[in-house]
Design a protein around this ligand. Structure first.
Ligand code: MN
Ligand code: MN
Length: 467
């Protein structure tokens, strides 16, 4: 009998809840506390860049623009238009042998303002929004929203805005229809019940005080308040990037405080852990790079998205300031480079068992997820890591006691998704998706496991340091 049990132990894929492993629970809780505090400070890509720059500055990293030459051990970063950032620790080995790169993204689904957002209807002032990323619209009504971003005025002043996060500041919300009058709305399909044009944010209701007979006095009052506070006029919204995000605070979840609930954990959970891991990298053999992209949620386009040549520019700058550059060197480096595309995946949700194929899902609390390929039913659009590279990654994790799981996301044909992986694969690197499983992904309140978060941090550290 005992013999058979041993045989099973030897042959079966091991599945173990992370909390039952030999772990330091206090360290996991402490790390999560710092992560939660970060989530509450950085809700947009711009706020992430700011927060990460601060962390990097405090830990001996310097802006590459201020360095004439670079040598092994140097720690540098590059900020691209305040919305995406790359950080690197220069390795001792010849740079042409390739880098160890971890790439995550710092944009998250949200509600952006339209260029002409403000209007008045029956003495209420509202903002028109244009949602960003894949959201289930019904989740975004009747929740507290905060306002973040920048407005550029006609004399090119950049006004930074952040309202609704502090306890003494007002919040905003979208008013949904009451159930008493929802008979028609209730009959609609979930995805049609609330349309993009219904996502109008309530921002005020007091008319401007005047004896004159004028129209739109509530809108005027709001513009007057904004003008007094920020010096802006209505036209200035044209040159703005204003994002409304959930105003709820990120918090510990559960009686056992094992989970984190918070907005924007896709993909800030991987961004934060990959930056934190880079702080532990000193004098590596291979040059270690953490890249944090913008625009992943809408296809990675644009000059701050992963498809931009700005990343190549950063690598070229490193080459110019170390061994000197030459034609073809960048391509040679990419051929020899290993990448983790650090992005979250959907965790098994016990409320919807029929959505999942239980043998091939990611589970909350079982460690970091390795996703060989993403894509959809036909594997269309998938970035598919080759077996050799998957082998390298799993052996690296097993050697270093990293808890990992391998998964797809949901049953075949039920949906799908993508990450920045294929863009880095296109450059010629070896790349695989590897991130934290998330419940309620893309909702205003996403859920992760503190074990998985800490485990991702450890996984990313061993990857950067691998020779
Ligand atoms: Mn993501
Ligand atoms: Mn996403």
């Amino acid at each position: 009998m005992e013999h058979t049990k041993n045989l099973k132990e030897k042959l079966f894929r091991k599945k173990q809840n992370g909390w039952e492993m030999n772990i330091d629970k206090e360290e996991i809780q402490n790390f999560s506390k710092e992560y939660i505090s970060f989530l509450n400070k950085a809700k947009t890509e711009r706020e992430c860049v700011k927060e990460f720059t601060k962390i990097l500055d405090e830990n001996g990293f310097q802006n590459i623009k201020n360095k004439e030459n670079l040598k092994a051990g140097d720690k540098i970063y590059y900020i691209n238009r305040q919305k995406n950032i790359y950080a690197a620790v220069i390795g001792q080995e010849d740079l042409k042998n390739g880098f160890n790169i971890i790439g995550a993204h710092i944009d998250s689904p949200r509600l952006d303002l339209k260029p002409n957002p403000l209007y008045e209807s029956e003495d209420l002032a509202l903002f028109k929004t244009h949602y960003y990323g894949g959201i289930k619209k019904y989740q975004w009504v009747n929740i507290p929203l905060s306002m973040h971003g920048v407005i550029v005025t006609k004399d090119n002043q950049k006004i930074e805005i952040n309202i609704g996060e502090k306890d003494d500041e007002p919040i905003f919300t979208i008013a949904d229809l009451l159930p008493h009058l929802s008979k028609q709305q209730d009959k609609k399909k979930l995805e049609e019940a609330i349309s993009g044009e219904d996502l109008n944010i309530l921002v005020g209701s007091i008319p401007y005080e005047t004896d004159e007979e004028i129209s739109e006095k509530v809108k005027l009052n709001i513009l007057n308040i904004l003008n007094k506070k920020y010096g802006i006029v209505e036209r200035d919204f044209v040159s703005s990037e204003i994002e409304f995000t959930p105003a709820m605070k990120a918090k510990s979840l559960g009686f056992d405080q094992s989970l984190v609930a918070g907005y924007g954990q896709d993909d800030r959970v991987c961004a934060y852990t990959s930056i934190r891991a880079l702080l532990n990298v000193n004098n590596p053999k291979k040059t270690a790079i953490c890249l944090l992209a913008d625009k992943e949620e809408i296809g990675s386009m644009g000059n701050t998205g992963m498809s931009s040549r700005t990343f190549e520019y950063f690598i070229n700058e490193i080459l110019n300031k170390t061994i000197g550059n030459k034609p073809g060197l960048l391509d040679e480096i990419f051929q020899n480079t290993k990448v983790l595309s650090a992005d979250v995946t959907g965790a098994y949700n016990p409320n919807y068992p029929s959505t999942y194929e239980k043998n091939n899902e990611s589970y909350i609390g079982y460690g970091i997820s390795i996703i060989k390929y993403t894509g959809s039913a036909s594997k269309g659009g998938a970035s598919d890591a080759n077996a050799e590279y998957v082998g390298y990654i799993r052996n690296l994790f097993e050697k270093n006691n990293i808890a990992y799981q391998n998964s797809e996301m949901g049953k075949i044909g039920i949906g799908g998704g993508g990450t920045i992986a294929y863009i880095l694969a296109d450059k010629g690197t070896d790349v695989i998706d590897c991130g934290v499983p998330v419940l309620s992904m893309h909702s205003p309140y996403e859920i992760t496991s503190k074990f998985d978060i800490y485990n991702a941090y450890k996984a990313y550290e061993v990857f950067y340091k691998d020779e």
